[in-house]
Design a protein around this ligand. Structure first.
Ligand SMILES: C[S@@+](CC[C@H](N)C(=O)[O-])C[C@H]1O[C@@H](n2cnc3c(N)ncnc32)[C@H](O)[C@@H]1O
Length: 84
């Protein structure tokens, strides 16, 4: 629950994996349901945005926020590579 599973990591593009600097798996213990709106403060390259997006599904929404423009660019790249 505290760390990413192999199944989760298999769904995340290298761009997000290589730049991940988190110390846990927030979407692993958050009670995210289909249709939810999730805000990820300090989204980095987007690993948790991607994992949360898979949980909220097509009717949900995930908003990633980061104060580093370079990380936002990477997050956009990661999300596109994930096919989301
Ligand atoms: C631990 S890292 C990325 C976490 C991400 N969940 C991951 O595992 O890759 C934290 C991110 O928060 C951003 N950050 C730090 N302080 C912030 C602030 N005050 N406002 C917005 N973003 C911030 C940093 O730019 C960095 O990309």
């Amino acid at each position: 629950m505290g760390l990413y599973s192999d199944e989760e990591l298999a769904t995340v593009p290298e761009t997000a994996l290589n730049l991940s600097r988190g110390c846990g798996n927030p979407s692993g213990f958050a009670d995210i349901r289909p249709g939810d709106t999730v805000v990820d403060f300090g989204c980095g390259a987007g690993i948790d945005v991607i994992l949360a997006a898979r949980k909220v599904g097509a009717h949900g929404r995930v908003i990633g926020i980061d104060f580093a423009d370079a990380m936002i660019r990477r997050a956009h790249q990661s999300v596109a590579e994930a096919g989301l």
